[in-house]
Design a protein around this ligand. Structure first.
Ligand code: GLC
Length: 714
């Protein structure tokens, strides 16, 4: 008999439910107050997992109770939010996504895992895989942006990084793909609000990143807070039991989000904790995160026949199997022996790669012989903000500020620093001093944006622009007439058309973590070339939201001079900056796109050739995006569908041809039954440096063979 079956046979109902219960340990509050795990509760075996406790002392104290003072001595599972670093803070995921580099995404997760494991952590609540197309939603900061392909690759890379090849290794931690699913489409971008998307959109857009995580072997999945089409994800039998477990074959642990089982009552689908516990367990949720609903409700649910003993046993098996895969039974102390990892260089590399140059009239890079500059704004010397949202174990004091970075990079330059205003609130007393500091400077660098707490969870913003009196400060500095460079620290695109038009350059610096200041200085001085490319569409106006490149066609696509087409009468349709946008100090032109063969069969591969030319005297590193559009399909296909991207390098003035291989299967669409099918027909293929359709190279391919179009979609 296996260890798990032996334990299961010995366990009382209370002990079984204990293994299905995660309780907080008080080191970090990541939700409304919930009672901490008491030593007595641990001794009684009422808690099997601990939320957000880390460090040798804390984890040893709690683990020792479980191993020495309980009847069955089942080790505790320690879960902590390690979203973009543990002690060493890396750029927020939305920033890191702008690198479009799966190897980098994996490396930062690997480093974070090793650091967290060394603190006794065995599971992280990451990667966050929510597609986000509404910047009002603060959690856009936590994910990879708007596109399912980027999400799928991000999911796989992060899962590999956290879990490495052997989950039992001392520096591996279990990944939790979250939040399953659809939270990014919350009504009006408001946190925790209901979601209503079509079945097709669910399968085309919101589910693919989770499929990729499952295929990469992620150990756990967290159900989202929100409902989808009226059914809360925590009780969603079709998506948890039928899709995740049935169709995808996911046999890992499904956990609720923080208190979410109890919140089935607030959703209006459960009358009390007994019903809530039964709904969640029957839907496939194994682990109750801090609500206590399983402990309070399952015994009665069992007695009332709302759940079966086999449902409880199945959940306990999955939780114990995870603990076994993590090696916790063999050596629960193994992670505390993880070797320390060097993370500084990686943090700097990731920060440099995340920075996205949005506009530049040539004022950047700064001249090396700069003598005097003004560094103005509430984010210039804001150490605590550089970490961004969701850093629990990190010390913000580790972060270098923009002021630190520029002082180190330009030792001979007089840097006049003035914060001018606070990030939020009405404080504006420093504007006059800030304006005065611009007197006689060669350039003013405006450091504007959000506080770290203005994005992440419970941080929806209706007005996604500059908070507080920052606009007043910017206007005052612009009025001086000195060249202005704007650096934006934020967890989302900020809507600032007035600033983009008047600043000489605008740089999205997001929240870059430990090495923020050096990385920003490296880019501003040209020591490093900016290569970040937007992983989300940047709106021109909040009236455009939600705005994303992969929209389905309108019945009358916009035409400039035709009023009866899909457009606004008061602003342009186009975003401020398209998905994939980003400038470098070099300038690359894509001059030709060729595809072969133009007539293809299922199972074949399309060879895509792109001619590119470096028009500058600097070496160039560019990202080329490949899109497709199924021109006639049973369900209208998006006007652009991302199929791949490639990273290219060109020497100064060099021209070259770059090749990508696109398997025909990548042109598959979901048939009427929502299963992927490669339907015969004509496809447009595009190549470009962003999703700006006015600048894409295009070609056509025809997929032959197989059944006719209509038949293939039956
Ligand atoms: C929070 C978040 C989730 C996080 C969890 C544990 O409410 O929704 O992303 O992992 O609680 O902190």
């Amino acid at each position: 008999m296996s260890r798990i079956e032996r334990l299961l046979a010995e366990m009382t109902l209370a002990e079984k439910i204990g293994q299905l219960t995660m309780a907080p340990a008080g080191q970090a509050a990541t939700g409304p107050f919930r009672a901490e795990a008491t030593s007595d509760a641990l001794r009684r075996g009422e808690v099997g997992a601990i939320l957000n406790s880390w460090g040798a002392e804390a984890t040893r104290r709690l683990q020792r109770i479980a191993l020495e003072e309980t009847r069955l001595k089942i080790p505790l599972l320690f879960g902590v939010d390690v979203l973009h670093g543990h002690k060493t803070v890396f750029p927020i995921p939305l920033a890191e996504a702008c690198a479009f580099d799966e190897a980098l995404w994996e490396r930062t997760a690997r480093a974070a895992a090793a650091e967290a494991a060394g603190d006794g952590v065995a599971l992280t609540f990451a990667p966050m895989l929510d597609i986000a197309r509404d910047p009002r939603w603060g959690r856009m900061a936590e994910g990879f942006g708007e596109d399912p392909l980027v999400g799928a690759r991000f999911a796989a890379a992060k899962t590999r990084g956290f879990q490495d090849r052997d989950l039992a290794a001392r520096d591996a931690i279990a990944a939790t793909a979250k939040h399953f699913c659809g939270g990014g489409a919350a009504l009006a971008g408001r946190e925790y609000a209901a979601v209503d998307v079509s079945e097709r959109t669910l399968h085309e857009v919101y589910l693919p990143p989770f499929r990729a995580a499952v295929e990469a072997g992620c150990a756990a999945i967290m159900a989202a807070f929100n409902s989808v089409a009226g059914v809360p994800m925590t009780a969603h039998v079709p998506l948890l039991r039928d899709h995740l477990r049935g169709r995808l074959g996911f046999d890992g642990v499904i956990m609720s989000d923080y208190n979410a089982i109890a919140e089935l009552i607030d959703h209006g689908v459960a009358g009390d904790l007994v019903e809530a516990a039964a709904l969640a367990l029957r839907a496939g949720v194994d682990l109750d995160m801090v609500s206590g609903a399983f402990r309070a409700g399952l015994p009665e649910a069992l007695a009332r026949g709302l759940v079966e003993k086999r449902d409880i046993d199945a959940a306990v098996r999955r939780v114990l199997a995870l603990k076994e895969k993590l090696g916790l039974f063999d050596d629960p102390w193994r992670r505390l022996k993880a070797a320390p990892v060097e993370t500084g260089a990686l943090a700097l590399e990731a920060a440099r790669r995340a920075i996205t140059l949005l506009s530049n009239d040539g004022v950047l890079p700064l001249r090396a012989d700069l003598r005097r500059l003004a560094l103005i704004g509430p984010l210039a010397d804001a150490r605590a903000e550089m970490v961004g949202p969701w850093t629990l174990a990190a010390d913000p004091a580790q972060c270098s500020t923009i002021l630190d970075g520029l002082r180190a990079a330009l030792p001979a330059c007089e840097i006049r620093h003035a914060s001018g205003v606070t990030i939020a609130g009405d404080e504006s007393g420093g504007i006059a001093e800030a304006r005065a500091s611009c007197e006689g400077v060669e350039v003013a660098i405006l450091c504007l944006g959000e506080a770290a707490a203005m994005s992440g969870e419970a941080a929806s913003r209706a007005r996604v622009d500059l908070p507080g009196r920052q606009r007043e400060l910017a206007e005052a500095v612009l009025a001086t007439g000195v060249p202005v460079v704007v650096l934006l620290s934020s967890g989302r695109p900020l809507i600032l058309p007035w600033l983009v038009e008047r600043a000489r350059a605008v740089v999205a610096t997001w929240f870059l973590g430990a090495r923020a200041g050096e990385a920003i200085a490296d880019i501003l001085t040209g020591w490093v070339d900016p290569t970040g490319r937007l992983a989300v569409t940047w709106p021109r106006d909040r009236g455009q939201i939600p705005i994303f490149f992969a929209e389905r066609p309108a019945s009358r696509p916009a035409k400039k001079d035709d009023p009866f087409t899909s457009k606004y009468i008061d602003i342009a349709n186009e975003p401020q900056f398209a998905f994939g946008h980003g400038l470098s100090y070099a300038q690359v032109a894509l001059t030709a796109l060729r595809v072969a063969p133009c007539e293809i069969q299922a199972g074949e591969t399309i060879r895509v050739e792109i001619d590119a030319q470096n028009l500058s005297d600097r070496p160039a590193r560019e990202t080329i995006f490949l899109f497709a559009r199924d021109l006639v399909a049973a369900a209208a296909a998006p006007v652009l569908d991302l199929k791949d991207w490639l990273k290219i390098e060109l020497a100064p003035r060099q021209s070259a041809t770059f090749v990508a291989e696109l398997p025909v299967e990548s042109l598959a669409a979901l048939a009427a039954d929502l299963t992927p099918r490669v339907a015969p027909g004509d496809f447009a293929l595009y190549a470009g440096q962003s999703a700006d359709r006015s600048r894409l190279l295009s070609a056509r391919v025809r997929l032959n063979g197989g059944s006719s179009r209509s038949a293939s979609h039956n």
